[in-house]
Write a protein that binds this ligand. Structure first.
Ligand SMILES: Cc1cc2nc3c(=O)[nH]c(=O)nc-3n(C[C@H](O)[C@H](O)[C@H](O)COP(=O)(O)O)c2cc1C
Length: 338
């Protein structure tokens, strides 16, 4: 039973992970509303530091609203652009709680440019970046964090990188237990946590956090972890962070009723329409159909019918009808992260 297993009361920070093209304003708000009491930190998607430092309008549009509390993740290949971007954000967005540097992105276009996980290959540059950002953050009361991976195959230098972060005053490192080459495939490797020790820098875990079991596994696996990031596990299951909070406090997660699920889908679309045209919102929302239909019978055929819809309203109605029909046959089947 969950209650028996999770009897030690360690407080974990529960975090919405940064996801490019996903954790936009609408998704951040959806997660905030569905996990109001549970979510501690919400990340933006990664935002180009050079674009911010040049006040590029398209890039600035990705920044949060002036009154939104969240962490902004920035990426770049040099200390100057990254610190200019951090300075701009902290000067103009007083509710931003922290700046996160992406040293984890494996996408070729980003890495070729010397950004994202390329920074793991250049510890000296990473040191310089952290030193400069520390100066910007100093005295603001805001946090500085870094997202990293295990390393590159044959050069898995996470211990060196975490040590640098610890020595130079990074507040927390979000650690993805995959190599750069793995991208998002294979399993995230928790055993690497065995070797990590820090003096003051906290270590948050990211990778394969999809269910109550995976949350329990990571919480029980290592004492070094003090935060958990939720990424793909939120797709179609935005309540997973609240479920995590329940489970970590030794309680059963709440079941989500069909009506709550329908209301969430409608709210998700409504929030997307606040920022995007119906056509763009349709494209955005299609990413979540697999998540919202997970576990229903004859899922492939039903999903295909939904994906074919070119009108947002019609798509939403078909999605809801499909989910409701499945639920009618087997009430309770579609429910949170159990
Ligand atoms: C669509 C998508 C976009 C992502 N974009 C970012 C990003 O902008 N910055 C980042 O640090 N990580 C990004 N990630 C990685 C996630 O934050 C997370 O670390 C990763 O998905 C592992 O967690 P999971 O296995 O629980 O999904 C992205 C992941 C996905 C699936």
């Amino acid at each position: 039973m969950i209650g028996e297993k999770m009897n030690k009361k360690k407080e974990f920070k529960l975090v919405l992970a940064p996801m490019a093209g996903v954790t936009n304003r609408a998704y951040r708000q959806l997660i905030r509303e569905t996990n109001f009491e549970a979510v501690d930190i919400i990340f933006t998607e990664m935002i180009n530091a050079t674009g911010i430092s040049r006040l590029d309008n398209g890039t600035l549009n990705l920044l949060p609203d002036w009154d939104e509390s969240c962490f902004v993740q920035i990426y770049g290949n040099n200390a100057l652009d990254l610190s200019r971007a951090a300075d701009y954000i902290l000067t103009n967005y007083s509710k931003v709680e922290g700046i996160d540097v992406n040293a984890a992105c494996p996408v070729r276009k980003v890495v070729r440019n010397g950004s994202g996980s390329a920074l793991l290959h250049d510890p000296d540059k990473l040191k310089e970046i952290i030193k400069q950002l520390r100066i910007i953050v100093e005295g603001t009361g805001k946090s500085l964090s870094i997202k990293i991976r295990k390393g590159w195959e044959g050069y898995e230098n996470y211990l060196e990188v975490i040590n640098i972060c610890d020595q130079l005053g990074v507040d927390f490192v979000s650690f993805h237990g995959r190599t750069v080459e793995q991208m998002y495939s294979g399993n995230a490797d928790m055993t690497v946590l065995d070797k990590i020790k820090t003096e003051r820098c906290e270590v948050f875990w990211t990778g394969d956090v999809f269910s109550v079991e995976s949350i329990q596994n990571i919480a029980e696996y290592s004492d070094v972890v003090s935060g958990i990031l939720f990424a793909r596990g939120t797709f179609g299951n935005p309540w997973i962070i609240s479920d995590a909070k329940e489970v970590l406090n030794g309680r059963e997660p709440k079941s989500i009723t069909l009506q709550e699920k329908i209301d969430t889908i409608r709210r998700h679309v409504e929030l997307l329409l606040e920022d995007y045209s119906p056509l763009k919102a349709l494209g955005q929302f299609k990413r979540f159909i697999a998540g919202y239909t997970k576990g229903i019978r004859d899922v492939r055929q039903k999903r295909n019918a939904i994906y074919r819809m070119n009108d947002l309203n019609e798509l939403v109605e078909l999605l809801i009808t499909t989910i409701s029909a499945d639920y009618d046959d087997e009430p309770g089947k579609i429910c949170s992260s159990k």
